[in-house]
Design a binder for this molecule. Structure first.
Ligand SMILES: [Ca+2]
Length: 187
């Protein structure tokens, strides 16, 4: 066993370094499709995580914005879609978004083109209505928020589609519908 310890520790260090590029303190937005399932017939816990960067095919205009997948300025709106790889069942769905101080991006979630959830991101707190803080990165930095998208029946092979839209709340700068992942927790 001792021969395994060094490679393991080395790999852990490698993986932990991946988060250094993110400017927020959220956990793991990187990595591929993560399917944690039990073979237990009760299927009491099973979680599927679809990563914005690695699991979705997106319309043009999406790019890495401050560590999240967001829209390029003036691209308007865009969609990303993925095929649900998990087992069919009822799931509690959350969308992890990266909120900004200068806009509340509209978003929507569709399952096979049926609307499952929609709304607008909250504002990242700290700057009130001040559109031009001295240093937004320290005063009102982006914050990751889990948006509750409700409970839904999802089947293997369903098309999961995310829609996001820019919001120019501050005239010369705004919010770009930045997001990280969609998590499906079996209920
Ligand atoms: Ca912004």
């Amino acid at each position: 066993m001792k021969y395994l310890a060094f490679p393991l520790i080395f790999m852990l260090l490698l993986f932990s370094g991946c988060d250094l590029l993110d400017d927020d303190d959220d956990d793991s937005s990187d990595g591929g499709t993560e399917v944690v399932a039990t073979n237990d017939s009760s299927a009491s816990s099973s979680t599927v995580v679809l990563n914005a960067f690695s699991d979705f095919s997106c319309s043009s205009g999406w790019t890495n914005r401050d560590g999240a997948l967001g829209l390029s300025p003036h691209s308007g709106s865009g969609t990303c879609q993925a095929i649900f790889p998990g087992a069919s069942g009822n799931y509690s769905i959350t969308i992890t978004v990266q909120t900004e101080f200068d806009g509340t991006s509209p978003y929507a979630l569709y399952i096979n083109d049926n609307g499952a959830a929609s709304g607008s991101y909250p504002l990242a707190p700290g700057c009130g209505n001040d559109c031009h803080p001295d240093d937004w990165r320290s005063q009102c930095p982006d914050r990751n928020v889990n948006i509750d998208a409700g409970n839904h029946k999802v089947s293997t092979g369903d098309v999961i589609k995310f829609y996001g839209e820019e919001d120019w709340n501050c005239g010369d700068h705004g919010a770009y519908a930045k997001w990280h992942k969609i998590t499906f927790t079996r209920i």
